[in-house]
Design a protein around this ligand. Structure first.
Ligand code: ZN
Ligand code: ZN
Length: 230
């Protein structure tokens, strides 16, 4: 996989770069609610699935306290994608269906990949969307039936499916976070109780379902290979 400089983004050698200003990125995160229902936060999906983070967070290595992320030969640190469409595509994968799509400002130390960044510091800016199991845009969050010690996982749910269920509106979820985060209202939903039909197969083409995290790992392997070739 060839790696080209991305137009409009600062160039420079790979490795421990520091941006002049934060990058805007897109990623998926799990919504979580504290055991006493007083606080909300986010959790990772794969590598960082056991780590709960707030609106601003500093990454720590999941394997060792002896280095600070992102370390080149380690997979640690936060990940984000440059393009919203890539994060939306990642959200189509079965295991990511209950994730929130979020926009972040990435800063601190970072390593750049073709499609995204691995970095040390993050601020969550916007909750950009989520989907109910039924295919409608999510408007609230409900207990997912799983969790971590001290935190319940939450799953998105739409107005229609949340009738009679205990659920937190997205704005209520945001209000319980430890900082200010904007919530984008889902489009394509009607307040008349008759949600607009969602086209079947929306975004579900096998071609659209790419795993961006795997793309990032491939980029790392390419990088390793190019170093070995030298
Ligand atoms: Zn590490
Ligand atoms: Zn629904």
């Amino acid at each position: 996989m060839a790696r080209f400089p991305i137009p409009g983004r600062p160039g420079g050698p790979p490795g421990a770069e520091r941006p002049d200003r934060p990058f805007t990125g897109y990623k998926l995160a799990r919504a979580v609610l504290s055991a006493d229902c007083a606080k909300t936060a986010f959790a990772g999906l794969t590598l960082g699935a056991e780590r709960v983070y707030g609106v601003t967070a500093e990454a720590s290595c999941v394997w060792t306290p002896r280095h600070a992320p992102p370390r080149r030969w380690c997979g640690c640190g936060f990940y984000c994608l440059h393009e919203l469409a890539d994060a939306q595509a990642l959200g189509c994968a079965t295991e990511n269906r209950s994730a929130l799509l979020i926009e972040v400002a990435a800063s601190g130390r970072y390593i750049r990949y073709e499609r995204g960044l691995r970095y040390s510091r993050q601020r969550v800016r916007v909750i950009s969307g989520c989907w109910c199991d039924c295919g409608n845009p999510g408007t609230a969050l409900t207990d997912a039936g799983t969790g971590l010690v001290g935190w319940r996982h939450l799953s998105p749910i739409c107005d229609r499916c949340s009738v009679g269920r205990r659920a937190l509106r997205l704005a209520e979820f945001a209000a319980l976070l430890d900082g200010r985060v904007q919530v984008e209202t889902p489009s394509g939903i009607s307040d008349t109780g008759a949600p607009e039909p969602v086209p079947s197969q929306a975004g579900e083409s096998p071609y659209a379902v790419l795993s961006a995290e795997i793309a990032l790992l491939h980029a790392r392997l390419d990088d390793l290979q190019s170093r070995l070739d030298r």
